[in-house]
Design a binder for this molecule. Sequence first.
Ligand code: HXC
Length: 267
Amino acid sequence: MESPFKADTVKGKVGLITGGGSGIGFEITKEFGKHGASVAIMGRRKSVLDSAVSSLRCLGIQAIGFVGDVRKNEDATRVVDETFQHFGRIDILVNAAAGNFLVPAEDLSPNGFKTVMDIDTVGTFRMCHEALKYIKKGGLGREGTSGGGTILNISATLHYSATWYQIHVSAAKAAIDAMTRSLALEWGTDYDIRVNGIAPGPINDTPGLSKLDPHEIQSGAPVHRFISGEKWDIAMAALYLASDAGKHINGTILVVDGGDWFNRASH
Ligand code: HXC
């Protein structure tokens, strides 16, 4: 689908996207690039990053990939520094890296719980914390535009009610939403950095949906027909929040789910 935004919506900005090599993270990266940003992507698998970077470059996008695990302090420091060295600024950080598997709470080991918290929640905090020194210098500050950089944290709607076999991910995403508001308060006030979240509902063609979808049918849980969206829907929300169109939005979690979660809750 064609973007309703102008091609220069985020022109001149530099975005660092964790989990940017695949899924929702890649779609956000691609749309940022198509609307004028330079992009760095961080992920664990070199082959995934390499193919993502080459398809971005084929679209004429200035892109670079850095191998790294958001669970490691040294990787976070290195990737943030290398992004700054390569592009000379960081204006936008998107935390899209996430871990997920379906498991009944009874069968989930504390280490399995901790693993997802480490990737999603602590990983998000770690990247925000590392990138702050550059993002607070960032932002284009053009006349009449937002001066500071911006952070987008991708969460979910799983925790708005309760979701079968997702105790660890629900806890991790709820914590991300809380962190988004705390950082929006502190860094919005101190540095003019806007920190917002996006809570996608079920999104077609992503690992999240392919894991959940068949499960809900087989588990004995009440069958619910998902209202599912496209990765493009999330990328458009990200573009809006990261651009000057969103310059007065701070500390918001934008639900992008076509009404799925309250539809589920009402059954
Ligand atoms: C139960 C599991 C498990 C599983 C791992 N563990 N997979 N427990 N069922 N399927 C437990 C292990 O037993 C271990 O605990 C601990 O977790 C660490 O496992 P490792 O395999 O050593 O960890 P690692 O190799 O680092 O892999 C972690 C991973 C990751 C979380 C499984 O590889 C991963 O997330 N892969 C999938 C990525 C993905 O699907 N991303 C999309 C996210 S979608 P013990 O106690 O044995 O040591 C999303 C949106 C949700 O987030 C919303 C949907 C609508």
